[in-house]
Each structure stands twice: as C-alpha cells, then as structure tokens.
Design a protein around this ligand. Structure first.
Ligand SMILES: [Zn+2]
Length: 494
C-alpha cells in the first residue's frame, strides 16, 4: 500500500504593532527561510513543533513532505511586500509538492502583516483554498496567539503549547501529528469550537507553572478528560498586537460532537473571565526593583526588563535598568544592550582600551535615555553560541553578531554590546563570552516569562520590573485603536 503523504508548512512570527520598524525578508533570512529537505535537516531534532511533526509522521509510518518554513524573531509588523512574497512562495511550494493526504501547519498565531492584520487567518485560508475542504489540516500555535475565527475555520484542529516558558513545543508538534494520524486512519472526525472571553491576560501573569494559570490549566484538563475531548487549548494572547482578535481564547476539539465542543469552550471561557482580576499583577518600578535587589543579600537577582522584552519584539537597547544600576553604583551587575554602532567602536578600540561611549536608546525614546559613561573593553566575540537544552522558542543555534563585553569604569557594571537583537533565552549567551555567572549580583534579562527557563538554574530571585517601552507590562498604558471594546482590563467588559 502506498504511504500517505503529509505536508509540513510553517510561517511564524510574533508581530508587535507598537514598534515603528517593520519585519522584512531580511529578518526571516536571518532566522529561518527553508523549503523541501532543508526543513527536515534543520528541524528534525529541534525542540520545536516542526521537529515533533517529523517524529509523529515517522512513528505513523507516513511520508513526511517538508514544503515551506519561515520564521523571524519577534519584531514589528511584517511589511506587505515581504508577507506577499512569503505566502506566494508557500503556495508555489505547496503546489509543487504533489498530491498530499494531509497537512501539518505551524503558524505562530500572533502574526500581523501590513496588508493582512490577521496574517495567520489569511495564509491558512489561502492554503485551504489550494487543498480544498476535504484535506485535513492540523495546526499548532503558540499560546501567545491572538486566535481568530478565520484560523479556526481554515483548519480542522488547532493545538496550542501548554507551557510558558514554551518547553513543550516538540511535544505539541508530536500531539498534532498523532491526532492527524488518527484522522488518516479514520478513527476520529475532529470538530473544533473556540470561545473568546473579552479579556487580555497580563504578560506578567502568563507563567503556566504558577497560580493562577497552573490551577486553571488543571481544572481545564479535568473537565476535558471527563468529557473525553480530543484536545483543548487555553490561548493566553499577545497584548502587543493592536488587532481586533487581540486577547485570550479557548479552543476545544471533540470527535464529531460540535455541540459538546462549543459547550466546553464556553465553560472554559467563563472560567477565565471569572478569574480575570487574578491576572492583574502588582507593578514594581525600576527604582524599587534595583533597591530591593541590592538589599536582598541573596544573589544573583535577575531583574526582568518587561518594557524591553526582546522576545516580545522590543529593540533590546533599553537603558532604564542600566541607568538605575549605575545610579545606585551596583558593581557586579550585568546588562546586555543591542547597539551595533557602539559595538563597532569598542571592537575597533580593542581589548583593554578605555573609551567614552553613549550606548542604547538609538531606536526610539521609549526605553530610557542614551547611557553615556567611560568604559573599559574586556573582551570581543563573534556572538555565535548554541544551546543543548530545550529552551523557550525551540532555538538551538544563536547568532547575536559581533559582540563586545565592556565595563563601566566608575561602577564596574558589565555591559554586553551586541550587533543583533538577542532575546535572553540561553545562558550560553553569557558563558560563550567567558562570563562567569556566579560573579554577578544582579543580572538584567530583557524579557518576562521566556527567560525563566534558562535563568531558573542560577537566579536566587526574579523581580518583574515595570520598565517603560513597547512591551510594557501595564498594557492599559498602551494606546490601541483596533482592539475589541469593552475588554478587561481596559474596561470592565461585557
Ligand atoms: Zn510565545
């Protein structure tokens, strides 16, 4: 018997609409832009959903047909020409792939293009048009997805990862492939329903292993197990996309029982809504955070720079916490800043050189003022490093471009200057530059939940800091034009 052919496609990017800069083809080329067998070579063993797709297809003894995979790290909206090009390439490759029996798709779920605000709904819809209504499409999404009805309609099944930091990406891909195999064996006929409580969950409260989410995930699991559903997803949402579908959602998949799917999705949506006030955190100012860290006595303390959250698209050159650490004279602290110009100057000056630099705040004025001081150049690096453990985002190879490690002469704060934006997803970012982690009292990580996966092993304490910026935790301070109204926490809702 001829083996069934399962196509693999993916287009992933988290787009922050509050950033002026646009995501271009260059950003995809810097990360992933692959077709055909190159996808298998690069992703088969990766802690990523696409790796899980390959694993599940192999296990079911079907033929994996890798077609198209594009990914860029979070940044601004995708420019129209780039998005058109990507979708066109995807569809061309899809047609070239020959007859398929099913598709495994990896959208991110919070992708926004200039010309298609619901970018995921659009491209999944275009794929559906090409393959017709009968061919099963099973998709995975990041729980930071802003789920749209178009995404639900274009697919047979959507499954979100269940952890944040995202450590189950490969497992989610595997679950998707296993469900698809059951469809292809005619064992199940999935139907899905979503509910959209009018609320957005604060980014600071999106850690899945702590309350309130841990308890809510447990009760959702219990409800679904007792009703024998095929899958359920609690989709947290991405607050930094000003689009109508911004916010939280739940999605339930049943075996040909649409009414049951709607009922349970409705109940889960109600539960999120009833718990909405529990997602409202206490915000800690930069000054209070640094002072608390200094007196804590238990080091290292990791300060999470929520306003300059690189994994949420921010410029990575925010100076708010560096300025505060310098003001307090906190030696033995560490900050990473993306500043190609200052990096080049430091590289040209060479190791041991002393020079004045004005670093950071070169993209906008939202993330603190430029930081001017005298520095000593400590070491220079190529900025490439790799991570062997499963970390948030499923990345294994990193390249932050030429890198200079410098320290302030007056206060001995270590500053890593990079030429490319790099989210703090791996401790290898520091160790590959010969930095001894245990020498730091205070480490700034430009992120919120994502850095926890890597930094948990060294941090004595984490402090979430309400720094200003395009990813600021207090989303009520951002100015939206397209979100739904009323919506909690902006309005009381309903
Ligand atoms: Zn995410």
């Amino acid at each position: 018997m001829k083996s069934k052919r399962v196509g693999i496609i993916g287009l992933l990017q988290e787009s922050n609409t509050f950033i002026e800069g646009k995501t271009t083809l260059h950003h995809f080329k810097e990360d992933l832009l692959l077709t055909g067998n190159a996808i298998q070579e690069k992703m088969k063993d990766a802690p990523h959903e696409v790796g899980g797709f390959f694993e599940g297809i192999l296990e079911a003894e079907y033929e994996a047909v890798p077609i198209f995979l594009a990914r860029a790290i979070p940044y601004g909206v995708i420019e129209a020409t780039t998005f058109d090009y990507l979708v066109e390439q995807l569809l061309v490759e899809l047609q070239k792939a020959g007859p398929l029996d099913a598709i495994l798709a990896a959208p991110h779920g919070a992708t926004v293009a200039e010309n298609h605000p619901d970018a995921d709904g659009y491209w999944l819809g275009e794929v559906r048009k090409v393959v017709g209504t009968e061919l099963p499409i099973v998709a995975t999404v990041d729980p930071h997805a802003n789920l749209s009805q178009a995404m639900v309609e274009a697919t047979n099944v959507i499954i979100a990862y269940e952890t944040n930091p995202h450590l189950d990406q490969r497992a989610t891909g595997r679950r998707a492939a296993d469900l698809l195999a059951r469809i292809l064996r005619d064992e199940i006929r999935p139907v899905q329903a979503a509910a959209y409580p009018p609320m957005a969950i604060n980014i600071q409260s999106q850690e899945t292993s702590t309350e309130p989410l841990s308890g809510l995930y447990e009760s959702a699991k219990g409800l679904n197990e007792s009703n024998d559903t095929l899958s359920h997803s609690v989709i947290l949402g991405f607050p930094y996309a000003d689009v109508p579908e911004m916010g939280s959602a739940v999605l339930v998949v049943t075996d040909n029982e649409p009414q049951l799917a709607r009922e349970i999705a409705g109940k889960l949506g109600e539960t999120l809504w009833e718990n909405r006030h529990r997602f409202e955190p206490n915000f800690v100012t930069p000054r209070d955070a640094v002072e608390t860290a200094i007196v804590s006595g238990e080091f290292p303390v990791v300060l999470l720079d929520m306003g300059d959250n690189v994994g949420g698209g921010s410029p990575a050159d925010g100076t708010t916490l560096l300025t505060e650490l310098h003001r307090c004279g906190t030696s033995n602290s560490f900050v990473c800043i993306c500043d190609p110009e200052s990096t080049t100057t430091a590289i040209q000056a060479g190791p041991k050189a002393e020079l004045e630099l004005t670093i950071g705040a070169k993209n906008d004025t939202l993330h603190g003022p430029p930081f001017k001081a005298r520095f000593r150049v400590l070491s220079l690096h190529d900025g490439k490093f790799s991570e062997s453990e499963a970390r948030h985002g499923g990345f294994t190879q990193f390249d932050q471009g030429p890198t200079a490690v410098v320290e302030t002469l007056e206060t001995h704060i270590t500053v890593m200057l990079t030429t490319r934006r790099m989210p703090p997803f791996s401790l290898a970012q520091l160790t590959s530059c010969d930095l001894a982690l245990n020498t730091f009292s205070i480490i700034v990580a430009k992120g919120v939940i994502a850095p926890l996966a890597a930094y948990r092993s060294i941090a004595k304490t984490f402090i979430y800091v309400d720094t200003p910026g395009v990813t600021r935790a207090d989303m009520t301070k951002l100015s939206y034009s397209h979100r739904r109204k009323p919506m909690f926490p902006f309005e009381e809702g309903y």
